[in-house]
Design a protein around this ligand. Structure first.
Ligand SMILES: [Zn+2]
Length: 253
């Protein structure tokens, strides 16, 4: 098995580093410096880089890392411009990371960007800016229908899946969640827990898919209270219509 190490970057990004022995795989290195610092301090070798999507805060450090570790493989969306990418992926493939003896399933999750990928294996989901703890990413390039389908694809994974998203947005996400589902006790409890963690400067990620299913409004668009909050009645009250409305509201919450 491998260890998963959280490297905070910028204001609220998380870079995920998977380590087995002296070998390391890094996911969404927006900044190379904190990664290199850890690799040099612990004398680790970078074998592979996985990128979920093209935004700079997810791939900005790739060039510098590859300069230092020229043999590192760089995996990323085939249809997006990723510096140093030598393995383009569409979703539907598997990536075998030799250094970790880890097989990852590549899942296409368009919506935040059109080529956005999630990586799933050994009970861990690395989902970039698609599914967040308590929320989901903004829809920059895709349609609400694409984003909703992507989230449903992730929601079909086992409940015990650990959700490693790329930002610490949980507290703000849960405040919004409570505005559309104030009667959800589990959600209230989660916000209390998260507020305590954050007041101590601690991370709230990873979460579990089971907890997301109970508290994340974007995975709960067929719940009666969320439907009512979205003020969509009758024939229009499909989960997608509810999702579209609450995602729109979150943009200006
Ligand atoms: Zn992004």
């Amino acid at each position: 098995m491998f260890d998963v190490i959280r490297i905070p970057a910028f204001k609220d990004n998380y870079i995920w580093l998977l380590r087995k022995g002296a070998s390391v795989v890094v996911i969404d290195p927006g900044d190379a410096d904190p990664v290199l610092e850890m690799l040099e301090r612990d004398r680790l070798a970078l074998a592979s880089i996985l990128v979920t999507h093209h935004h700079k805060d997810h791939q900005g450090g790739v060039a510098k890392l590859v300069e230092r570790f020229p043999t590192a493989e760089v995996f990323g969306p085939a249809q997006e411009s990723i510096t140093g990418k030598n393995h383009g992926l569409q979703g539907g493939e598997h990536v075998f990371l030799q250094s970790l003896e880890l097989d990852l399933q590549v899942i296409a999750v368009p919506g935040h960007t059109l080529g956005h990928l999630a990586y799933y294996g050994a009970g861990c989901l690395f989902c970039g800016d698609t599914l967040f703890a308590g929320g989901c990413g903004r829809i920059f390039e895709g349609t609400p229908a694409q984003m909703y389908d992507s989230l449903m694809r992730l929601a079909s994974l086992p409940g015990g899946t650990k959700v490693y998203c790329a930002h610490e947005y949980t507290e703000a996400n849960l405040r919004f969640a409570l505005s559309v589902e104030p009667g959800n006790c589990c959600l209230r409890n989660r916000l209390d827990d998260v507020m305590i963690l954050r007041s101590r400067g601690l991370a709230t990620v990873p979460s579990s898919l089971a907890l997301e299913m109970e508290t994340n409004p974007f995975l709960r668009c067929d719940e009666a209270e969320i439907k009512r909050s979205a003020s969509i009645g009758g024939a229009a009250s499909t989960p997608l219509a509810v999702f579209t409305e609450i995602r729109r509201r979150k943009d200006s919450f």
